[in-house]
Design a binder for this molecule. Structure first.
Ligand SMILES: *Cc1c(COP(=O)(O)O)cnc(C)c1O
Length: 390
């Protein structure tokens, strides 16, 4: 008999009942160190006092009014995002896939409003992940996401990730936008080199095509900059953000320049819940912490420590791990044994890590994890590696 919850996930046999900072507590009172952050979501750990306070305060005042009215918490968060990024304007959603939907619609609408309705095609890359709606699985294109769900949304051109020549050849007058994750997440933690991002910006400027960055996983301080593309010194026209921006409360955002958003007039797009007062109150509190340059500098420092420890782990267990790669606190351990076995062994050591493509174990801790917790987590991974190898 089918379970009451639709069985679309393969879940670990673990149930958590409480979270405190970088720790999760299960039903039996066992304490697990969280190197996964609920897939890069709980960027300030669990039950951060500032986020709990922001949510409680808003919960006692007003939950929901709809976007038929002004929402002060939404306006406040939008202003903060505009202040700290390339963007001039923000549309709020409840998830990453919806932020991507808005990004895709914004790009198509831009050209249609300009009277160039032949510019509908969007270039995306193999091994990418943009969400689970029909448009976003069509965008990513991988068989494991699209199988059985056709007909897919037309208008996506898929090129190999990082292939400059293929991109140059595909750039014609039908291209509305190029969509890319500056650091691929689900695909197995693959950063696009800064030179590629710069080259992409030049190519799009020449052709007129818009750039859409999907920073749903790599944004919100994860790489040590507020957004990953800042490392390359370039900006997109449109960007999808989610995961970390709500710190665990469902929230997403589509950011755009004034020019790129010029087609998005009243009535063109909407969401009942998007930009809800509860979500935006929490998002604002997250932004206050994460946009602080001192906080970001500390993320980079800790990222250096974690990377060094993981390099040591790889050197210690050459039969289990091949290499470590990534950016900031978004790191991947490419495994020589099945990543699921390594992750299960880590769970036995009370450490949570996340699987990724290309047989990678993803390490996505809270951005405010302590040095001691980093050392403890890597020690647990080392014990797990011993157990798997044995
Ligand atoms: C998680 C993720 C998404 C989808 O976000 P949802 O909130 O699950 O819809 C899209 N793009 C990237 C890069 C992601 O990591």
């Amino acid at each position: 008999m089918i379970s009451a919850v639709m069985p679309t996930y393969s879940r670990a046999d673990l149930t958590f009942v409480k979270g405190e900072g970088s720790w999760l507590v299960n039903e039996d009172g066992r304490r697990f160190l969280d190197f996964g952050g609920g897939i890069a979501v709980t960027c300030l750990g669990h039950a951060h006092p500032k986020l709990v306070e922001a949510l409680h305060q808003q919960a006692g005042e007003l939950w929901h009014t709809s976007n038929l009215f002004h929402i002060p918490a939404q306006e406040e968060l939008a202003a903060k995002l505009v202040e700290h990024t390339f963007a001039d304007t923000v549309f709020f959603t409840n998830s990453g896939a919806e932020a991507m939907e808005c990004a895709l619609k914004t790009a198509r609408k831009y050209w249609s409003a300009k009277g160039q309705s032949e510019r509908v095609n969007i270039i995306a890359f193999t091994n990418s992940f943009h969400g689970r709606t029909l448009a976003t699985v069509s965008a990513a294109g991988a068989e494991k996401l699209t199988d059985g769900f056709g007909p897919l949304l037309p208008g996506f051109i898929h090129l190999p990730f990082g292939d400059h020549e293929a991109l140059e050849a595909a750039m014609d007058e039908t291209i509305a936008a190029v969509l890319v994750e500056p650091v691929q997440g689900e695909g197995g933690i693959l950063p696009l080199p800064d030179a590629c991002l710069k080259g992409l910006r030049d190519m799009c400027d020449e052709n007129g095509a818009l750039i859409i960055f999907d920073e749903i996983q790599c944004g919100m301080g994860r790489t040590g900059k507020l957004f990953a593309h800042e490392w390359a010194g370039i900006t997109p026209d449109i960007m999808a953000v989610a995961k970390g921006i709500g710190g665990g409360f469902p929230l997403g955002a589509c950011l755009a320049t004034e020019e790129a958003a010029s087609g998005m007039v009243a009535g063109s797009h909407g969401s009942t819940y998007g930009g809800n007062p509860l979500a935006c109150a929490v998002g604002s509190a997250v932004m206050d912490v994460v946009s602080d340059p001192e906080f970001l500098a500390d993320v980079s420092r800790k990222a250096g420590l974690l990377r060094q420890r993981l390099e040591g782990l790889v050197a210690e267990h050459p039969d289990v791990f091949e290499l470590v790669r990534g950016s900031g606190l978004m790191l991947g351990l490419k495994c020589k044994l099945p990543n699921a076995d390594v992750i299960a062994a880590a769970r036995d050591q009370e450490l949570i890590a996340i699987p990724g493509g290309d047989n990678v174990v993803r390490v996505l801790p809270a951005l405010n994890i302590s040095d001691e917790e980093i050392n403890e987590g890597v020690a647990r991974l080392s014990r797990a590696a011993n157990a798997v190898a044995a």
